[in-house]
Design a binder for this molecule. Structure first.
Ligand code: FES
Length: 252
């Protein structure tokens, strides 16, 4: 290509390898073996069959391939595109928008420390710093034993239990630097602590299968829901006989 004065202009195509957060992780699989592919196709067929328009199955399919590799790889992205009749650009555009899709190898437990405003002022920043020092890894890095990937996470809509830590997307409420340190130690020792709310933990790849919509075989998988802090306002409103004002126009 040439510029306005006819001078050559260098255009690099594709993602710059030095730029973080691209799907260019070194060593990532570029394709699946026939056995893996056949297994994934069976799962994909079941998932796609739930949608009237198959392209709507992209989000669960991304979780499915993440359950295979622990992150999104060229092999996984290509598989999703093939199954759904989407271009690589369409798949990557969706995959790169959502933070639950990982860009690099993920440990058995993805430990997300909320450092958004409320959690940060309630101690989230101190928890994150404690875990960085305790585990010897920084944001988005995995411990050498492959057990824990540490991550900053944005608000998880659990501000009334701040500061919160999420492990494989299950809540550990009202954490402190000490309790978070004990939590990661228990994860590494193979005796994971119970989430404050939600079902017992399972490894990240299994969590990804559940998020893909495949059967959740954990005991008490429907445990959880709103906790006391979330419902406190409602309880007080009921005690005081408070009601919402009528909606203009008379509709309830
Ligand atoms: S700020 Fe942490 S859950 Fe909302």
């Amino acid at each position: 290509m040439t510029g306005p004065q006819g001078q050559p202009v260098f255009l690099r195509l594709g993602p710059p390898p030095e730029e973080p957060n691209q799907f260019v992780t070194e060593g990532a699989p570029q394709s699946y073996s026939p056995e893996v592919r056949a297994r994934l196709e069976l799962d994909a067929k079941e998932i796609i069959g739930r949608y009237p328009d198959k392209r709507s199955a992209l989000l669960p399919l991304l979780h499915l391939v993440q359950s295979e590799d622990s992150y999104l790889t060229p092999a996984g992205l290509e598989f999703c595109g093939e199954q759904l009749g989407l271009t690589g650009a369409e798949v990557a555009a969706v995959a790169s928008f959502y933070t639950m899709y990982r860009r690099g190898p993920t440990g058995d437990y993805l430990v997300g420390v909320c450092t958004n405003t409320l959690c940060a002022v309630m101690g989230g920043d101190a928890i994150f710093e404690t875990l960085v020092n305790h585990l010897g890894v920084r944001n988005d890095e995995t411990t050498p034993d492959g057990k824990i990937t540490l991550q900053h996470v944005e608000c998880n809509a659990a501000c009334d239990f701040a500061p919160v830590v999420m492990v494989n997307w299950e809540f550990f409420d009202n954490q402190t630097p000490e309790s978070a340190r004990e939590l990661v130690d228990s994860l590494r020792s193979g005796e994971p602590a119970e989430p404050t709310r939600g079902a017992p933990l399972c490894p990240f790849r299994e969590t990804s299968r559940i998020l893909a919509g495949l059967p959740d075989e954990r005991p008490e998988q429907d445990r959880g829901g709103a906790g006391e802090a979330t419902l406190a306002g409602l309880r007080v409103a009921k005690e005081l006989g408070m009601e919402a004002p009528p909606v203009p126009g008379g509709q309830s």
